[in-house]
Design a protein around this ligand. Sequence first.
Ligand SMILES: C[S@@+](CC[C@H](N)C(=O)[O-])C[C@H]1O[C@@H](n2cnc3c(N)ncnc32)[C@H](O)[C@@H]1O
Length: 363
Amino acid sequence: MEALREEVRRLAKSGDERTRKNILDELSALSASIESPDDSVQRFTFYNMQLAANLTAIDLKLFELLSENETPLTVDQISEKIGANPVFIGRLLRYLASYYAIQEVNKDLFTSSNISKTFAQPGFQAAVGHIFNNAGPSIQEFPAFIKENNYPDIQDNLQGHPENRDFFNLHMKSNRDGMPTFLDVFPVLEKATDLTPERALFVDIGGGIGQQAIAFKEKYPQLEGRVIVQDITLATADAIQHPGVEAMAYDFFSPQPIKGAKSYYLRNILHDWPDHKCREILKNIIDAMAPDSYILIDDMVLPNVGVHWQQAQLDMLMMVALAARERTQEQWDQLVESAGLKVNKVHTYTESSKDSIIEVITA
Ligand SMILES: C[S@@+](CC[C@H](N)C(=O)[O-])C[C@H]1O[C@@H](n2cnc3c(N)ncnc32)[C@H](O)[C@@H]1O
């Protein structure tokens, strides 16, 4: 077993990202294929307990504490430092270690793990807070809701709940930290023609607090043209201040005020909305486009067959929380064409999720 483990580690370290992802998928498939019925029941029925335990550990700053200390800590040391009951802490630590969120070194002695180092970082902590607090209640209600409504393809959008906006903003800002972005694959410079200081170069529609627009400005400081982040007032009020990046309150269901921009960028916007609402958003952009303008849709592109679990679970989340969807290549083509546009090229920049820039122009 040890020799096998070593070989897998060696392969994962020596290969590229695709190899590492393939190994993870192969191991999950292998693990599922040797489960007994009891193993499967135990695994599936306790997923939400893991999320709850992770959030509790985050609230207690347990992951930070273990990551900051190079040597393992005893249960008593940990409970004293965080001011919580040692019996409770001992049970929580034991549970976290049982699924490798932390490591148990010896009796009542714990240290950090690969996973706890991730959840010691605020940006990744926000993902747990966001899914548990924002999406959790909808997930809990989903089976009864969909049954009562006779299993429809949900199209009524339930957006507009500003609660827990902080988790959401931080999650959107940080959920891809360390991963490639559209700027790694999209040939901005090749398309940088007819720019002027007055003309908008990059309009990030629904850009949240502005992290993508800032990354764009930082990568291409030499390009002339305005870089603008648009979002509802609730988000622009928290926009990160950055020289050369303008924040603008704008509702994307109203006419686009920035006319003739070189590019209009939408990251994780259309996956939040059903097709008929996406067409309204696109129509407002089309009305503002110049002949050489293009739209960049930054979203997952699901393969027509063989969707990865990371894509499928996000599609379910979009359905349950927002009555929205992730789209297959075929569904993107249909949506874009139905809005009077056409896909020029798809540039994919992540492995499992197939996050992609869908470059769209007028038909
Ligand atoms: C999933 S987030 C994506 C944020 C950002 N594009 C990113 O990728 O980090 C969706 C964004 O759409 C914004 N939004 C929702 N409804 C909007 C509307 N009617 N007009 C403008 N922005 C809106 C939200 O405030 C939120 O920032």
